[in-house]
Design a protein around this ligand. Structure first.
Ligand SMILES: C[S@@+](CC[C@H](N)C(=O)[O-])C[C@H]1O[C@@H](n2cnc3c(N)ncnc32)[C@H](O)[C@@H]1O
Length: 206
């Protein structure tokens, strides 16, 4: 999907649905937050949520005392929803409106988190562009937590085809610079009470 049509799609989603009106909505950002905690971060650990949308992960990070968590998303409307919810606390986070495939990171992070953004990259060239940004933006020794629909998960998300994978497939995509350190299955229950099989994998950059 081209950059322009992806942006149009996501701006339309976030201007026509409220926060809880999307299948990926979670009251509480689990298991993302638990996986971040397992990495024993300090308040100065730099975390970026890729394709964070209107997710409440940033709320949880701020609540836990992280300084300046960053949220990147292709949709301005998504980040506006998150900022509206956070009110004055929104200024404690950093917000980036970019297509991750085109983004030029200007700083490095300790933890890269992505729940359900990578899986929209159905073209191998888009996944390679993502991995190039990940490699540039993550500090050596830093961790990437990447959650996608599992091989037995849904074929579509937000009406778009997805790239379903598991820890092994992700490891192949990320290449030798990344070592798999943890993986777990997770069943997400949508607001419509259907179940979606995810995989959450954690990689360390060498
Ligand atoms: C299924 S939603 C998940 C949102 C959030 N991570 C969560 O767990 O609630 C996918 C998100 O990825 C964003 N996204 C999709 N393609 C993107 C891209 N190429 N670059 C940056 N963000 C993207 C969308 O705008 C959307 O917010």
């Amino acid at each position: 999907m081209s950059e322009a049509s992806a942006k149009d799609h996501w701006e339309a989603v976030y201007t026509t649905r409220d926060e809880a009106g999307v299948s990926w909505f979670q009251d509480s950002p689990s298991p993302s937050f638990e996986l971040i905690e397992r990495l024993k971060p300090t308040r100065d650990t730099q975390v970026i949520d890729i394709g964070g949308g209107a997710s409440r992960l940033v709320d949880a990070l701020l609540e836990r005392g992280f300084r300046h968590p960053t949220v990147l998303d292709i949709s301005q409307a998504a980040l506006d929803l998150a900022c509206l919810r956070l009110g004055r606390r929104a200024s404690l986070a950093r917000w980036i409106v970019e297509d991750v495939r085109e983004w030029e990171p200007s700083k490095r992070f300790d933890i890269w988190h992505d729940r359900a953004a990578f899986h929209f990259l159905v073209e191998a060239s888009d996944r390679a562009a993502y991995v190039a940004r990940l490699t540039r933006a993550l500090k050596p020794g830093g961790h990437a937590i990447i959650a996608t629909f599992a091989p037995d998960g849904p074929e579509k998300c937000s009406g778009l085809p997805v790239y379903r994978t598991d820890a092994k497939g992700l490891a192949q995509e990320l290449g030798e610079a990344f070592t798999l350190v943890d993986t777990q299955a997770h069943d997400h229950v949508t607001p419509n009470h259907s179940s979606q099989r995810f995989q959450f994998s954690v990689f360390q950059r060498q």
